[in-house]
Design a binder for this molecule. Structure first.
Ligand code: 5GP
Ligand code: ZN
Length: 130
């Protein structure tokens, strides 16, 4: 897509620190990392979010995300990895080209990934399950 930031990075019009590439997927370092090694994995072909991404392509991108996660964990000696994917402005998506955040985690890091834990009654669970 002409003016999409990540499409422009993929086309090489904007520089990035590329760490992985295959036929369908590309990965580069996040410019504002949560931790060293924070990487963004995405399809080369533009799709806005999980709702409009092609199924087969998305499957291949998540496999690429797995390969990259393992590589990052090994090479940085990470204790864990968060894989995060945001859809829509109110879910924290800023760049509207679908991407997975691969965030290496270390025992004593300062990253906070947080959400509240709300109380729900049995009847509310039953309703929401439907
Ligand atoms: P979102 O909030 O859309 O899930 O995440 C967008 C991510 O893209 C952010 O973590 C942000 O730091 C990263 N980002 C934004 N602009 C650029 C850029 O020009 N280059 C790179 N490498 N990352 C970017
Ligand atoms: Zn794009």
């Amino acid at each position: 897509m002409e003016n999409c930031l990540f499409c422009r990075i993929i086309r090489g019009e904007i520089p990035s620190r590329r760490v992985y590439e295959d036929k369908d997927s590309v990965a580069f370092l996040d410019i504002n990392p949560a931790n060293p090694g924070h990487t963004l994995v995405m399809p080369k072909k533009h799709a806005e979010n999980i709702f409009d991404a092609d199924d087969e392509l998305l499957g291949r991108v998540i496999v690429a995300a797995k390969v990259i996660s393992k590589k990052i964990k090994e090479s940085l000696n990470a204790d864990g990895i968060n894989v995060i994917q945001n859809n829509g402005r109110h879910a924290g998506q800023i760049v509207n080209h679908i991407h997975f955040h691969i965030i290496p985690r270390f025992a004593n890091d300062t990253v906070i990934i947080s959400y509240p834990q709300i109380k729900m009654e049995d009847k509310d669970f039953e309703e929401i399950q439907k």
